[in-house]
Design a protein around this ligand. Structure first.
Ligand SMILES: [Zn+2]
Length: 313
């Protein structure tokens, strides 16, 4: 399913990082809009802020209605060209733009927006998807509030990639971003202080046959790698081999602990509670009709000139 327009909200009163000093606009004036990728890029290029859609246009988590994009913020830790080469970005990213503080202190600051083939209507799913994305890309982990606003960037000339993120990939990000619960039965036998505060059971598991890249660069079957071996995490863009193999307390099940994901991934079949993907799918289907109706209504009330009124005012 590919959409040509996407549900977001636009605040024309906020230009760049609120150059107009309209402090009330942080909370109010978030107009729902159903826009094409290039219209969203224009909106950002005109300096307008975007966010999810909120009941009454009042931006707060409790009013979250829906969003059809994810966004990752990079605040100087990753060079721009490196981020654009990440496979997740090359496969699914829709819009790239530099942010207002780009280039300060010689650092790249930018945002990558992923327009989604599905609309998320549950704020916790949106939060989880944002968190999953931040983990996967090593981007700013604070961009996960359902009421997060994303400032525009006047004259940034956003790049459009003509691609979107699939429902399946969004589901994976949600699973990755769900708060993992500590699992007392499946804790590693190693009571290493480095591990214990952060050992969490991930909802994602690894089939025994999966080929894992070792720190040495060699590939090995997951189930055959001895414990305490440094490996590249199979769940994020891991250039530094930041993960390590371990065993559960009984010594029977292998796992991988990733210091970047801050999660332990266990052998397939050894986890306790699977994440209910189908609940998400059910929600999506139930919303489809509603979404079509709202889209019609939203397209009737589209602002004609993005943020221009704000700029001249
Ligand atoms: Zn990882």
């Amino acid at each position: 399913m590919t959409h040509t327009t996407y549900q977001i909200s636009v605040n024309r009163r906020i230009v760049n990082k609120n150059d107009l000093n309209d402090t009330l606009a942080f909370a109010e004036g978030w107009q729902p809009a159903t826009l094409s990728a290039s219209e969203i890029a224009d909106t950002i290029n005109n300096g307008c802020a975007i966010s999810a859609q909120f009941e009454g246009g009042l931006r707060k988590a409790a009013n979250f209605q829906r969003a059809q994009f994810l966004a990752a913020d990079f605040d100087g830790d990753v060079p721009l060209e490196e981020a654009l080469r990440l496979p997740l970005v090359e496969k699914y990213a829709s819009i790239f733009h530099t942010t207002a503080s780009h280039g300060l202190e010689g650092k790249d600051r930018f945002r990558i927006i992923f327009l989604m083939d599905v609309t998320i209507a549950d704020p916790e799913n949106w939060r989880a998807a944002q968190k999953g994305l931040a983990k996967a890309l090593n981007s700013d982990p604070s961009a996960t509030d359902p009421a997060r606003l994303f400032f525009g960037s006047l004259g940034s000339n956003p790049r459009l990639f003509n691609r979107t993120i699939s429902a399946e990939a969004v589901e994976e990000l949600i699973a990755a971003g769900r708060s993992p619960k500590p699992d007392s039965d499946n804790r590693p036998e190693n009571d290493d202080a480095i591990y214990l505060p952060t050992v969490r059971q991930s909802s994602r598991t690894i089939p025994a046959e999966t080929l894992i890249k070792l720190a040495t660069g060699a590939l090995a079957k997951f189930s055959e790698i001895p414990k305490d071996t440094r490996v590249h995490c199979p769940f994020h863009e891991d250039t530094r081999a930041s993960a390590k193999t371990l065993r559960n307390r009984k010594g029977t099940a292998p796992g991988i602990w990733c210091s970047t994901c801050q999660e332990t991934f266990w052998l397939e079949g050894t986890r306790s509670k699977p994440y209910d993907f189908y609940a998400f799918e059910r929600n999506v289907k139930a919303l489809a009709t509603q979404t079509r109706l709202r889209k019609k209504a939203a397209s009737r009330s589209r602002p004609r000139s993005w943020c221009r009124s704000g700029l001249s005012g």
